[in-house]
Design a protein around this ligand. Structure first.
Ligand code: DGL
Length: 286
């Protein structure tokens, strides 16, 4: 969510802006939901790279290649702004995406250690994220800037992304992954838990049932949506007539049928889902 150069094509000022959103999978829908809660007037083009999910256990270099390929595709589809709705992709690629595509503003994710540290009374916070996120320089920088006065406990919640992709939001297997991650944090006195993966907001009810009351669960997607809104507002003159409501289009490199089935369960919305395939590092319509 750092500053970026914002240049929009204002040649047809009354048509909706197009916001490109991508993730390895359905996690990006938690960010999409937050953006839609603020802005119904933008077109949304969402790409779930489900052929490659999970990103979190892959080398950062490979995730960077995926993020670059998806960004090229989103720009071709007319995106005015791109949201890396994925902590792993932000860790791997946000810096290089901003360098490689200076004509477009990017909004990315970073683990919300700052609000967690501010909210914590016990001085101990927990961060749940994937290995790629913890390896990235972004996390190291967040820790350096915001974690000087708190103890931070981490867990990679192995298998949780796959459970959520499978639609298992409250089964026994999902519960045991979360118990294994959260119990040591609770025993150490953690009173704020940071969701450092965009898939995890979909298991907030389960997390709450494990941590009980008195523990803050921090989902950064509303803050990311506010940043998207700010960037769009910067380029929307006050005098402009209201924009029409936008279209939402979902794309996946995995199974369109599965994404169609899961999106109403996760965000209470369904939209047309198109299939994409990878070829030589490029994303193509099938
Ligand atoms: N939802 C993503 C994130 O925020 C990626 C999870 C994964 O594919 O490992 O990190």
């Amino acid at each position: 969510m750092s500053k970026s150069l914002v240049i929009f094509d204002m040649s047809s000022p009354r048509s909706p802006f197009t916001v490109g959103i991508f993730d390895s999978g359905v996690g990006g829908l938690s960010v999409l939901r937050a953006i839609r809660a603020l802005r119904q007037d933008v077109n949304i083009h969402f790409v779930a790279d489900q052929a490659h999910v999970p990103y979190g256990s892959r080398p950062l270099e490979q995730v960077r290649e995926f993020a670059t390929g998806i960004t090229n595709y989103l720009l071709k589809e007319g995106a005015d702004l791109v949201v890396a709705a994925c902590n792993a992709a932000s860790a791997a690629a946000l810096h290089s995406l901003r360098e490689d595509f200076p004509q477009i503003p990017f909004v990315g994710m970073e683990p919300a250690v700052k609000p967690a540290a501010n909210l914590s009374s016990s001085g101990t916070v927990g961060v749940l994220a994937t290995p790629a996120t913890f390896q990235g320089k972004l996390y190291a920088s967040v820790m350096e800037r915001f974690a000087a006065n708190v103890q931070v406990l981490t867990s990679t919640c192995s298998g949780l992304v796959q459970s959520i992709e499978a639609g298992d939001l409250d089964g026994t297997a999902t519960r045991s992954i979360l118990e294994e991650a959260l119990n040591p944090m609770l025993e150490a006195g953690a009173d704020s838990i940071v969701l450092g993966c965009t898939h995890y907001p979909f298991v907030i009810p389960l997390i709450k049932s494990i941590v009980g009351t008195g523990v803050e669960i921090i989902d950064p997607s509303p803050a990311v949506a506010r940043q998207v809104d700010r960037l769009l507002n910067e380029k929307t003159p006050d005098t402009e007539v209201p924009r029409p409501s936008g279209r939402v289009q979902f794309c996946t490199t995995g199974s369109p049928a599965k994404l169609s089935e899961l999106s109403p369960v996760l965000i209470g919305e369904s939209h047309p889902v198109h299939a994409l395939r990878w070829e030589g590092g490029k994303l193509l319509h099938t």
